[in-house]
Design a protein around this ligand. Structure first.
Ligand code: C5P
Length: 259
């Protein structure tokens, strides 16, 4: 991919480097049902060295070949398939995803510490057998943002507030050796306090000031999320539904760089 992160004339290498770093912390979800639509979006973002997030919809349709294509194009890939199964099955799944060369994948913290540790074991095994592969960042899903407190208390049977549950799961993930969690940007600071500033937070629910909220409710701007300590920002529709996705992404990277 030809890098196009420099925007203005008379810039210092430091400013360009900062934008490169922030582009690498921006994750664009390719929420499409087929590779043709995904490739169209990739073309619109060409030259921006962001992370690409592939979720269940595209992965179940396009499979490992599309992940290899993204890697061949030079992208970092977050495979968002939220594994949740018995430890032995998750160990095998993690081994296969590591072999595929993804840079990040996730599991549900609700699977427990043995399951999360098994994910790490599977990844470590694949990386040790194949030195060209590295251990991906393995991230735990805490409480889905579609779960509100009433649902969590009355249907799922977890007492307390959603934030309590998120912090509890984050601590479990850290104890199991995982690298971080997916969380709301509002929770990034409390998670950093509980698990340390190096513990990675991947935060959806990002909206630039004035952008449509769509179906997200508790949102933060890109600048606020960076200042709260989010490591990776997942930004979908503000980029993918924009008239000019490349410019929208560059504006967000600029805001992240200034934060
Ligand atoms: O378009 P938008 O910015 O809302 O997209 C957010 C992306 O992050 C989507 O791919 C969505 O599935 C994902 N996501 C989320 N909330 C979570 C976990 C993932 O919005 N808790």
């Amino acid at each position: 991919m030809e890098r196009m992160i420099a925007q203005h004339g008379h810039e210092t290498i430091g400013q360009v480097g900062k934008r490169e770093e922030m582009a690498g912390r921006l994750m664009v979800p390719l929420d499409y049902s087929d590779v043709t639509q995904a490739r169209l979006m990739i073309e619109k973002l060409d030259g921006i060295p962001c992370y690409m997030k592939v979720g269940m919809q595209l992965f179940y349709a396009a499979g490992p070949d599309f992940i290899k294509e993204l890697k061949a194009r030079g992208y970092s890939v977050f495979l968002d398939v939220k594994m949740h199964d018995i430890p032995n099955t998750v160990r095998g799944g993690a081994e296969s995803l590591t072999m595929l060369g993804v840079d990040m994948f996730n599991v549900h913290a609700a699977g427990g510490t043995a399951m999360m540790a098994a994910a790490l074991e599977g990844a470590a095994k694949a990386a040790s057998l194949h030195p060209s592969q590295h251990i991906p960042l393995i991230i735990a899903v805490t409480q889905l943002t579609s779960t509100n407190q009433e649902m969590m208390n009355s249907e799922i049977g977890i007492t307390g507030t959603v934030t309590d549950a998120v912090v509890h799961y984050a601590k479990l993930a850290a104890a199991a050796g995982l690298h971080g969690v997916v969380a709301s940007p509002q929770e990034a600071a409390v998670i950093a306090a509980a698990c340390g500033p190096e513990f990675v937070t991947v935060t959806p629910g990002i909206r630039p000031a004035g952008a449509s909220l769509d179906d997200q409710s508790r949102v933060m701007t890109p600048g606020q999320a960076i200042r709260q300590g989010s490591h990776f920002l997942v930004v979908g529709r503000p980029i993918t539904a924009a008239a000019d996705p490349r410019q929208a992404a560059l504006n967000i990277i600029e805001e992240m760089s200034q934060a």
